[in-house]
Design a protein around this ligand. Structure first.
Ligand SMILES: Cc1cc2nc3c(=O)[nH]c(=O)nc-3n(C[C@H](O)[C@H](O)[C@H](O)COP(=O)(O)OP(=O)(O)OC[C@H]3O[C@@H](n4cnc5c(N)ncnc54)[C@H](O)[C@@H]3O)c2cc1C
Length: 503
């Protein structure tokens, strides 16, 4: 089997690393073609905890990788002004507190809140409390420890990550070719792509092509006409303007997403700079106004000029068609509100490894792959949309648009079940588990009418004592934890002398 990967962005080099490491005795050759003249999308800095599994599977050393990619730890995302203007909450990675009498803590809290002793959900998450205090530690082992019940991800420079993985891939035998694809040869009987031709007339033959060519979708769309499901009726933001600014001294270990009149703004603290961007719907704000909103809301001086990006949310009809598999932006795009794009790349790679063809792509594998990836995309879409509809905001055209929207059935059912009895329907596939849904729904004041009746079976005083003990346990642990900046230094991940002197 000869594999050709088209594209050397995050998607291309993640795919090259994984295939060269995990299928080295199965794949005869891996060629990666990229064009420096075209370049990469150049944004994408916040991730989900799953990426740690990806790096671990490659055998990457965590502190060395963090140092090379200017990475910081990420404990979650702080959402400002989403439920109502002035509201704030953090969506952490991991659960809230521990079960009491076998029932999730949040169910007990729903009852406690009726008696005036709620104790905000935040106080039951080590990740949230640590994030608010700019502290960090690795999860502790021990099943019952509240300091074990959180996850973490990274905020990094995606360009440096791709560079890091390029080195990894080349060491594992991947052959990189610089050039621009100008032509494609197709087998008329099978419809498969047999080779691509570059601008220097070089022809590259392969049995399987991975299209990581970004929004262009050079093979999956321009050649194979997969088609695109346009989801902009649900997620209408279609542009972004991005600019880095000077790094923050105390390095918050979390991403921030602040809702705006016609979109939202991200802030992602890295070791060497802070990434910022304004995602917006151009129907209700001009490009110049959007850039002004961004530049007026930075934490430090801008480093360079704002960069404009255009997109349409949705996904390809077929992620895998004939002998072409689309991974990355070529597969589809969902706005970066919950940092899901790199995660969807990882899902694409994981599913491809699990369904990797023997010789020719079998329709059964293709169909299974497409089903899994469709579900992954749809579930992320629903979760993102939840942020826009679980709100009381109606102070601009964009927010009013969401108040009248017909939701996808899958999301409507999930919200109905939550409102009815505080239950979060579980999925077989999908990045976000019930605690994530609970964090956003409760964080945005979408509260259920009822709690689980089994809660009434518990002794009320016992529940109060247990919940108070959990709050105290977390507060004490956060108090004893190291600052994020110091932890990077101790961990051997600090790239800057300035950071190493931050104590
Ligand atoms: C505004 C915005 C913010 C984002 N923020 C995040 C975030 O915080 N977290 C996250 O996980 N993701 C984020 N993303 C998504 C993330 O940037 C992408 O998922 C990631 O960078 C992968 O991109 P890619 O490799 O698919 O495409 P690209 O980076 O566009 O790379 C495409 C590659 O294909 C090559 N290519 C294209 N055409 C040809 C041709 N004809 N011949 C040869 N080579 C060709 C290019 O040279 C390039 O190497 C964001 C995206 C946007 C738009």
């Amino acid at each position: 089997m000869r594999v050709c990967i088209l594209g050397g962005g995050t998607a291309g080099w993640m795919t090259a690393s994984a295939l060269s490491k995990k299928l080295k005795n199965v794949i005869k050759s891996i060629v990666l073609v990229e064009s420096e003249a075209i370049g990469t999308v150049g944004v994408g800095e916040a991730t989900l905890p799953h990426i740690r599994l990806f790096n671990e599977a490659l055998g990457i050393d965590e502190s060395a990788f963090m140092k090379k990619t200017e990475a910081t730890f990420k404990l979650g995302i702080e959402f400002c002004d989403w439920g109502r203007l002035g509201d704030k909450y953090i969506h952490p990675f991991g659960d809230f507190g521990q079960k009491i009498d076998g029932i999730d803590l949040y169910q007990h809290l729903l009852k406690l809140s009726r008696h005036g002793d709620y104790g905000v959900l935040d106080n039951y998450s080590f990740g949230i409390s640590a994030a608010k205090n700019a502290k960090f530690q690795l999860p502790r082992s021990g099943k019952t420890s509240l300091q074990q019940a959180f996850g973490y991800a990274y905020q990094f420079d995606a360009g440096l990550y791709a560079k890091y993985l390029r080195q990894f891939s080349e060491t594992h035998g991947v052959h990189r070719i610089e050039g621009k694809v100008v032509d494609t040869q197709i087998n008329n009987d099978s419809g498969n792509v047999t080779s691509i031709t570059l601008d220097d007339s070089q022809q590259i033959d392969a049995d399987l092509f991975i299209d990581c060519s970004g929004f262009r979708g050079v093979l999956i769309e321009q050649v194979l006409k997969s088609g695109y499901q346009d989801w902009s009726n649900w997620l209408p933001c279609n542009r972004a303007v991005a600019v880095p600014c000077e790094r923050q001294k105390h390095l918050p270990p979390y991403t921030r997403a602040t809702a705006r009149q016609a979109g939202w703004q991200w802030r992602i603290p890295l070791q060497h700079r802070t990434g910022n961007g304004h995602v917006y719907w151009n129907e209700f704000i001009s490009d110049d106004e959007a850039a002004a909103v961004l530049l007026n809301n930075l934490d430090g001086p801008a480093l360079g000029d704002p960069k404009q990006l255009f997109f349409k949310t949705g996904r390809r009809n077929h992620f895998w068609k004939n002998n072409v598999v689309a991974i990355g932006l070529s597969a589809g795009f969902l706005e970066p509100l919950e940092s899901t794009s790199i995660h969807l790349i990882q899902e694409g790679i994981t599913n491809l490894l699990e369904l990797f063809p023997h010789e020719n792509a079998d329709p059964l594998d293709v169909s299974e792959y497409n089903t899994r990836m469709s579900l992954q995309f749809e579930r992320v879409r629903d979760f993102l949309l939840l942020h826009y509809v679980a709100t009381k905001r109606d102070d601009s055209e964009m927010w009013r648009y969401f108040t009248n929207m017909t939701l996808p059935d899958s999301l409507q059912q999930k919200i109905d079940m939550w409102l009815h009895r505080g239950y979060v329907q579980r999925y077989e596939f999908g990045a976000f588990l019930p605690p994530s849904w609970i964090a956003v729904m409760m964080g945005q004041n979408l509260l259920p009418k009822n709690y689980d009746p089994r809660v009434d079976n518990s002794n009320f005083d016992h529940v109060k004592q247990r919940s108070q003990a959990m709050r105290a346990d977390i507060a004490g642990a956060v108090n004893n934890a190291t600052t994020h900046a110091d932890f990077l230094d101790i961990f051997g991940a600090a790239s800057h002398t300035e950071l190493r002197r931050a104590k």
